[in-house]
Design a protein around this ligand. Structure first.
Ligand code: BTN
Length: 239
């Protein structure tokens, strides 16, 4: 296992700690916390981080800093594989960074870069594992492995599984085999061909998902026939 694991009881955010340790010169490690006081999601959203979940950040020096989305993709493939293998449920990927089951979110991934003389990345994974319930405000959008399977899971066992899968895919990424990453990602997603709404930075688009491109972006055929390529946004499936 090339990733040393640093374990903490409580942190503001594992991504913060990962960045701090990267700045101090540590490389290739994972930071895990029992709880986070300021866990965050994409677009600065609050991430509910009670002690039953797995909150972890993988910290490394990316080979390519221009497209960190590949790191999010390999992390989501690693997590979906670990979930399917360990919990034996049909978890699916939703573009760009979510893992779903039964229409509810099980896991979100937030990759953050540190750009300077050298570039680094913290790949934050939030997996809902043993929660029995969620606060009212996210109760109808979030789920956990426990809610789905009625079983408890050992989070460190899960983490090791995720890191093993991540390591294999990271090698594919370092070998610049991006096509294989996209192909693998598509195996676990049923987004393509579906009608959807995409809330992108500037605009909200409605249409049919045509493909996930080799740079991790999404191509949508709008209801007026126009084709748009979207690099970042929130995807809402119509069904
Ligand atoms: C999202 O779906 O918006 C991404 C959620 C990412 C949450 C994880 S939990 C571990 C790491 N630390 C954070 O503060 N966020 C990520």
């Amino acid at each position: 296992m090339p990733y040393k694991i640093y374990h903490f009881k409580t942190l503001t955010s594992t991504n913060d700690k990962a960045k701090e340790l990267l700045e101090k010169g540590r490389r290739n490690f994972a930071v895990v916390a029992e709880t986070q006081t300021k866990g965050r999601g994409r677009f600065g959203r609050k991430w509910h981080s009670s002690k039953e979940g797995l909150w972890v950040s993988i910290a490394l020096k990316p080979k390519f800093s221009h497209n960190l989305q590949f790191l999010t993709f390999i992390a989501s493939i690693a997590v979906v594989k670990a979930i399917r293998k360990t919990a034996k449920i049909n978890a699916m990927l939703k573009w760009p960074n979510d893992i779903y089951c039964n229409g509810k979110k099980l896991c979100g991934i937030l990759t953050e870069g540190i750009f300077g003389k050298e570039d680094f990345a913290a790949i934050g994974i939030g997996l809902n594992v043993n929660q029995k319930r969620f606060p009212k405000e996210i109760g109808n959008i979030a789920t956990s492995l426990k809610i789905i399977t009625k079983k408890n899971f050992n989070r460190i066992f899960f983490l090791k599984n995720i890191l093993d899968e991540f390591e294999k895919l990271h090698e594919v990424y370092e070998n610049e085999n991006f096509g294989r990453i996209i192909k693998e990602w598509k195996k676990y997603s049923d987004n393509i061909g579906k009608m959807a709404k995409v809330a992108a930075m500037q605009k909200t688009h409605y249409g049919k998902i045509l493909k996930v491109n080799n740079d991790c972006s999404l191509t949508l055929k709008l209801n007026n026939g126009k084709i748009v390529k979207i690099a970042e946004g929130d995807l809402f499936m119509n069904d």
